[in-house]
Write a protein that binds this ligand. Sequence first.
Ligand SMILES: [Zn+2]
Length: 298
Amino acid sequence: MTKRIIIILSLALSYLGAVPALAQDYSKVEIKSTKVAGNVYMLEGAGGNIGVSVGPDGLLIVDDQFAPLADKIKAALRNLGEGKLKFVLNTHWHGDHTGGNASFSAEAPIIAHDNVRRRLASGQRLEIFKETIPAAPKEALPVITFDQSLSVHFNGEEIRVIHFPHGHTDGDSVIFFSGSNVVHLGDDFFAGRFPFVDLESGGSVQGLIKNVDEIIPKLPADVKLIPGHGPISTVEDLKAYRRMLVETTDLVRKQLAAGKTLEQVKKAGLPDEWKSWGTGFIKTELWLEIVFRSLSVK
Ligand SMILES: [Zn+2]
């Protein structure tokens, strides 16, 4: 294997955290903390962006990246406030968002959609990466689950957790920090890059577009958005992402209707306008494959 292939493979594996400590050298990862607005901060390290509510009631976190980073994340949280960790929310089950659960559950209850617990508890297969993820231990499972939505009244605001079905997975939640005017969109939003859509976990590209269409009207114009991956964003950034989803999906749909194969769709590629969107974890060809497969499901 060439070095390049090894790097690509280890990035792909570390994205979902199936091969935790071996695939990536977490000792080099630093946790960067940024104030978003109001009570809310964002932590970046490796994996999905972490949202943090900091205030007189203590700390609440949204997602917890990879298990080997838990101590570094805890140190970053101590720098944000003296208060205790009171709640952990998971936006969805993927290992780059829930890998720290087993460590953080000793301090605070984990809250997530029913399907997050179900998928973590049973283990999963990610066909597109030829990857099998074993069942998570009991300590990593959410202990409070919900079907549609719930609210945590914390640090002087209502933190509203709303489930959006069949987008990135079938267990995604979007977290509205109503007083701080910040929204964490989990992996329904990859800012400025093609998203991974987990078709084996009940996700769908068409469902993702529908979710984004439902989320946009709920957002005040000056809201700050925390994407699952990528920098702090605005409503305009989310609208650009929506346009990318709609236009690239339409292109694939037309080719499917004309009887093109996946290989032909990949070879045709996408207009230059979307080139920079394929420089993240999901390259253009893989994005086209995800869209093709999603549209092909009957
Ligand atoms: Zn994900």
